[in-house]
Unconditional design. Structure first.
Length: 169
């Protein structure tokens, strides 16, 4: 998907900006979000002649790499953590008698599992695109996703992952 004009790049920017912004907001410190999004689009502009046809996973992967680079010297865990909604208690109603603290379980997950789950569930990326963001094959991503779901289910003491997660694409 070679971008040959400023007009075409502006169209790409308008089409992808909101999704990229949400992706970065869930992962980066609020003070860094605008810079990461801007740097991602700057990288896209510089590589406009060689952008892949499916540009969304490329943008997410580029933003992810920028976040990783920014966090290497600091707290890598904090830069990769996916934030859940608000700072207050977030619970999932499992049944009338059984409340599960999703936020605590989420924080107990390794950053890698959080990232795998977030790409498939919150970003709603198909497995092939999520794999491209992570930099692995679709099969490897599917295996990691299954493991991450099991890990979260274990933390939640869920009877099965099928009740927590729909069938993935």
């Amino acid at each position: 998907m070679a971008i040959r004009s400023e007009h075409a790049f502006t169209g790409l920017y308008r089409q992808q900006y909101d999704d990229l912004l949400r992706f970065v907001r869930r992962r980066a410190h609020p003070d860094a979000v605008d810079d990461i999004v801007a740097e991602t689009f700057l990288a896209a502009w510089r590589r406009r002649a060689e952008l892949p046809h499916e540009v969304r996973p490329w943008l997410f992967r580029t933003a992810r790499h920028l976040m990783l680079n920014a966090s290497r010297g600091d707290h890598r865990q904090d830069a990769l953590a996916v934030k859940i909604g608000t700072q207050g208690e977030t619970t999932l109603e499992w049944s009338a008698d059984d409340r599960i603290d999703v936020q605590s379980a989420w924080r107990a997950l390794p950053a890698v599992d959080q990232e795998i789950l977030a790409l498939g569930i919150w970003e709603d990326l198909p497995q092939a695109e999520a794999a491209a963001v992570i930099g692995c094959s679709r099969a490897a991503y599917a295996m990691r996703l299954t493991r991450a779901k099991r890990h979260l289910a274990d933390l939640l003491e869920a009877p099965t992952t099928a009740t927590l997660f729909p069938v993935t694409r």
